[in-house]
Design a protein around this ligand. Structure first.
Ligand code: GLN
Length: 379
């Protein structure tokens, strides 16, 4: 058929995980833990299945989960959304992002995002007939130049997509960035889609600066998160979005016909987990900081140059001292010859990205990290 997405192939995550499996490489490419989520969460899932909670959930999500999300939001960001009208449970963050983009972007609308950018945004914008304007950020800091951002705004700008903590750069925004964003868009009908799936994996001293903590921005924003990251269960595919009632109503119109509702027993189990063990997410920064530090320490003997990691479970490594290959070829070589799979950064960018950077996932057991570091130290 005449493809609506002619340039699109299989995602880099599927490609690299398949290559890793083929060569039995240690898979630090696609972002997922190689350890299991909390036992309590699994028990609650089994319990709810046993109790017969196996039919459709309400379209917007089960009430106990929406309430628990509202409470968590209040604790983290000092503001409690209305669980009835402002919280929507989705099939992973991916669905929330797609539903939000579909609900807001009309043909010809301009959407701004920052490169490197997570790979699901662009196809969704394209399917809506939107025009994506990608602002390239430069390593190692990947800072936004707010003057350049303002220059990209036009009367056709409809949506800005932000992502903090940021995949793949592992940088985080400060409250100052949110303020800059607000000042740039105030007074115009521009919305913000804030991908905060790593909100609980943020190592900044003053915590995570999320859009929901900003009183003006949150009136224009759709904040997206995912329990896959928070509870080490990426395969459960339960996420959610928080947005003002009028915006949520638009997102729900799409969600209603994209999936209608999300896995019922998983939602109930997640609600129980949030209520019973809030320490899990409160301690997540310390849990992942220890893994990051262990891996960085182990790699200090290698010829890779490790960039600072302020959030997410990804580390960027500069391999300039090791190879002249471009990043895609290097990741293939690394998987096949060294036995460690990683993700090249250029695939997240529209412009040529000549840097020699790869992304390594450290959501792994300590033994996995040690084994991978040993191989990388032989480079
Ligand atoms: N978000 C994960 C990553 O960045 C991958 C998710 C997926 O495979 N679609 O690695």
């Amino acid at each position: 058929p005449d493809s609506k997405l002619p340039a699109l192939g299989t995602t880099i995550f599927s490609q690299m995980s398949a290559l890793a499996q083929q060569h039995q490489a240690i898979n630090l490419s696609q972002g997922f833990p190689d350890f299991d989520g909390p036992g309590y969460l699994k028990q609650r899932l089994a319990w709810h299945v046993e109790q017969g909670a196996n039919q459709y959930a309400p379209m917007t999500g089960v009430a106990p989960l929406r309430e628990a999300i509202a409470d968590k939001t209040a604790e983290l960001y000092g503001w409690r959304p209305d669980a009835g009208t402002e919280v929507t449970v989705t099939a992973g963050a991916t669905e929330a992002l797609f539903a939000a983009i579909s609900a807001l972007v009309r043909p010809g609308d301009e959407v701004i995002c920052f490169d490197p950018s997570y790979d699901s945004y662009a196809p969704a914008v394209q399917l809506c007939g939107g025009i994506l304007k990608r602002i390239a950020l430069q390593p190692p800091a990947f800072n936004v130049d707010w003057r350049q951002f303002r220059e990209q705004l036009s009367p056709r700008t409809r949506l800005v997509i932000v992502n903090t903590p940021h995949n793949p750069s592992a940088t985080v925004w400060q409250a100052e960035d949110l303020q800059q964003l607000w000042q740039a868009i105030a007074g115009q009908e521009i919305y913000v889609l804030s991908d905060e799936v790593y909100e609980h994996i943020c190592f900044a001293d003053n915590g995570h600066a999320g859009v929901l903590a900003h009183p003006q921005l949150r009136q224009r924003a759709i904040a997206v998160s995912s329990f896959g990251k928070t509870f080490h269960m990426t395969g459960w595919k339960v996420g959610y979005c928080v947005a003002p009632a009028a915006l949520s109503a638009e997102v729900r119109k799409v969600h209603q016909y994209l999936t209608f509702a999300v896995n019922t027993p998983a939602q109930l189990a997640l609600a129980d987990m949030l209520r019973a063990e809030p320490e899990h997410w409160r301690q997540l920064p310390a849990f992942y900081r220890a893994k990051r530090d262990r891996f960085v320490q182990a790699l200090s003997r290698s010829r890779l140059e490790i960039l600072p990691c302020a959030g997410t479970y990804f580390l960027l490594a500069d391999y300039s001292a090791v190879s002249d290959l471009d990043d895609v070829a290097f990741c293939r070589w690394l998987t096949e010859q060294v036995g460690v799979a990683a993700i090249p950064l250029s695939v997240f960018c529209a412009d040529p990205f000549p840097h020699k950077l790869i992304r390594l996932c450290f959501a792994k057991q300590d033994d996995t990290l040690d084994a991978a570091a040993e191989r990388l130290c032989r480079l």
